[in-house]
Design a protein around this ligand. Structure first.
Ligand code: MV4
Length: 452
């Protein structure tokens, strides 16, 4: 097992990893940019190193300084968290070259699954349902027109190097398709240095359901059930929960087993998430793999009782998983809300600033994963997350009531936050009835009265 782990991230996920290390008796080396100097969570690490100025490209994305901090700090492993370098195969490869364990999937699997067309082909080979579409990259406009005629409009043009909705375009007719192909390819070239695009039948108003996977290096691939992440706006998740409401048990089992089959075929190990869309008739379709720990991992931890960060560290140290699929329960209902310093009344623009007052909720079933404190300055350089409020109760109704009680207790002043909107969503009958799909919030957000 490692003696020291460098945490190559910041904020709440850095603190989450530091805490897991402490409980495992592993020393932690934190890194910080000039913008994060003085943040209280850094004091909980055994050592901390400044890796550069505020801009991410010169700090949290800067390979050389992170590797140098690992060398100076005598870390045997690096945990990348999420975002930044978490899915950077080149960084994972360089870690291996420097004989530093990357706590995440092998860079070969990251590369393979990061190519969305290759991932689709692996899904088909593993008998995992995919949306009807092109088998490979689109090689000509004529081919795209033919395929679109075959599968029927609307179709979705997607970038093979994209993900998370970046570079997607809906085409509802052949003219949309022709212009969409050009724009999507240009945008993909610019954003990902890879203009490759593919087509899929556009599934209208699907639910976004994803499966948490944990795999070791000894052939064991398990799932920690599914999460419903449909409450999102412009591909930014606001609320995630497990289990998914109103999902028939047979569909749940099939989705989770499909996810395991795909990961098993990909020579993958460590934590990962297999993402699906699910239509009104509960047909589910593989969309993409997120080869990292995700923001919303706590809801799966609450329901399964498994500490995912601890298991990531153990797997990276070569340990076998100490439990089987049958050992993994699905207890109760867990809901997470992302509390961001954004102003819902001004198009969710960032609301950086200093937190002048903070009263955090607690009590039975409440967990708040956050790095902030009174006097903490939310930086304009990074994402605006203040923290994640997670509740875990026996039933979904109790979890919603608990979350509303916790949000009512929550006091934060000095920055605008998404809390008022979150309360309105949680009180909405559509949410309470589990009828939210991925476009619901965009359809209804104008009905929510301006924040209290
Ligand atoms: C789709 C889809 C409908 N049909 N693919 C969005 C980003 C990535 N996670 C996959 N995504 C989707 N892929 C097909 N064939 C719907 C989504 C989707 C979505 C699309 C538009 C607006 C918001 C969305 C939220 C989640 C998923």
């Amino acid at each position: 097992m490692f003696q020291r782990i460098l945490v190559a991230n910041r904020g709440e996920i850095a603190l989450r990893v530091i805490r897991a290390c402490r409980e495992l008796g592993i020393e932690s080396v934190a890194v910080f940019s000039e913008a994060d100097r003085g943040a209280h969570y850094l004091e909980l690490a055994d050592e901390k190193y400044c890796i550069g100025p505020a801009p991410s490209t010169n700090s949290y994305l800067f390979f050389n300084n992170i590797i140098a901090a690992a060398e100076i700090g005598n870390a045997q492993a690096i945990h990348p968290g999420y975002g930044f370098l978490a899915e950077n195969a080149e960084f994972a490869r360089i870690c291996r070259e420097c004989d530093i364990e990357f706590i995440g999937p092998p860079h070969e699997a990251m590369n393979k699954l990061g190519d969305k067309v290759a991932a689709r082909q692996m899904a088909m080979a593993a008998d995992v349902p995919v949306v009807p579409g092109s088998d490979g990259l689109i090689t000509s406009e004529a081919e795209a027109v033919r395929i679109a005629e075959e599968i029927g409009y609307p179709v979705l043009i997607k970038a093979t190097a994209g993900g998370g909705g970046k570079g997607m375009r809906v085409a509802r007719n052949v003219d949309d398709l022709k212009s969409g192909l050009k724009n999507a390819a240009q945008e993909a070239e610019k954003a990902f240095k890879n203009a490759g695009v593919y087509l899929e039948k556009y599934v209208e108003n699907p639910r976004h359901i994803e499966v948490q996977i944990l795999a070791d290096r000894h052939g064991h691939v398990l799932h920690l059930w599914e999460r419903d992440c449909s409450t999102q706006r412009k591909h930014q998740k606001l609320i995630e929960e497990s289990p998914a409401p109103n999902l028939p048990e047979a569909v749940r089992q099939s989705i989770c087993e499909s996810a395991c089959r795909l990961i098993r075929s990909a020579d993958y190990d460590n934590a990962g998430t297999v993402e699906f869309i699910v239509d009104r008739d509960f047909n589910f379709y593989f969309i993409e793999v997120n080869a990292r720990i995700q923001v919303e991992h706590p809801v799966s931890e609450q329901v399964s009782g498994i500490d995912l960060i601890e298991e990531q560290i153990r797997v990276a140290a070569g340990e076998k998983l100490s439990f089987t699929q049958d050992d993994i329960p699905r207890n109760g209902s867990a809901i997470e809300v992302r509390i961001n310093a954004e102003d819902p009344n001004h198009d969710f623009r960032g609301s950086p600033g200093t937190i002048t007052k903070l009263r955090v909720p607690g009590g039975r079933g409440v967990r708040f994963d956050s790095h902030v404190h009174e006097g903490y300055r939310i930086s304009p350089y990074y994402d605006s997350m203040v923290g994640k409020l997670i509740v875990h109760r026996p039933t979904r109704e109790q979890a919603i009531a608990c979350m509303l009680r916790a949000l009512d207790e929550f006091v934060i002043e000095g920055v605008a936050t998404t809390i008022p909107l979150l309360k309105q969503i949680l009180r909405d009958p559509a949410f309470a009835n589990g009828e939210v799909d991925t476009r619901w919030l965009e359809r209804t957000i104008d009905q929510f009265i301006p924040a209290e």
